[in-house]
Design a protein around this ligand. Structure first.
Ligand code: 5RP
Length: 221
């Protein structure tokens, strides 16, 4: 299993102080920052777009993991490349031509990920796995932070891990010290968390717990 990466979801940060929040997370042990891009069409919420990524990029070199909860993900590849996104993770449900999109993202120079919503069978993305850098298994319905972790998505993570031992597998939604065990045991190694990290008085401790749980599973495998 690849190494643990902890990616606080900036959706739960104070957007008015985005650069300071980013620095605070990195200082507290974040490996990546998770940027939730929502268009009000693929999901019922609107958040940020490429201009925000571009502004943040001027303040940090950290890996920006952009979760594209958008319809027509093909449309935004150039803008996000120019803005400085590190990884462009599109939803399989949002495109009919995933292979062409993967090529487009790679050619643009970003890492590429593919995400599945809770109700999408994991087998849908099996044919794409050897072409992408990461797979994201959503553990809430995409659209909002602060929702309850869906433990019934764990067999999907497990199936993916069994078939692809070296794959970066990300989980996103409702991750906290109470739910990390099942995600880590299923084989997730990239942990996204918004509410639990940003609402904590000690984000460093929460980030450390996530890392320890993933590493403890890894040491036994
Ligand atoms: O993709 C998302 C919502 O669609 C968020 O990244 C996710 O929900 C993280 O927030 P929290 O940890 O509060 O659940």
């Amino acid at each position: 299993m690849p190494i643990a990466k902890i990616a606080p979801s900036m959706l739960s940060s104070d957007f008015a102080s985005l650069a300071a929040e980013a620095h605070r997370m990195v200082k507290n042990g974040a490996d990546w920052l998770h940027m939730d891009v929502m268009d009000g069409h693929f999901v019922p919420n609107i958040t940020i777009g490429a201009p925000v990524i571009q502004s943040l990029r001027k303040h940090t070199n950290v890996f920006l993991d952009c979760h594209m909860m958008v319809s027509n993900p093909e449309k935004w590849v150039d803008d996000f490349t120019k803005a400085g996104a590190s990884l462009y993770c599109f939803h399989i449900e949002a495109t009919n031509e995933p292979e062409a999109l993967i090529e487009q993202v790679k050619k643009a120079g970003m890492k590429v990920g593919v995400a599945v919503k809770p109700k999408t069978p994991i087998e849908t993305i099996f044919p794409l796995v050897d072409k992408v850098d990461m797979c994201l298994v959503m553990t809430v319905e995409p659209g909002f932070g602060g929702q309850k972790f869906m433990v019934d998505c764990m067999p999907k993570v497990q199936a993916l891990r069994e078939k692809f031992p070296d794959l970066d597998i990300e989980v996103d939604g409702g991750l906290s010290p109470d739910t990390i065990d099942s995600a880590a045991q299923a084989g997730a190694n990239v942990i996204v968390a918004g509410t639990s990290v940003f609402k904590s008085e000690n984000p460093k401790d929460i980030i450390s717990v996530f890392r320890e749980k993933v590493e403890s599973v890894q040491s036994k495998s």
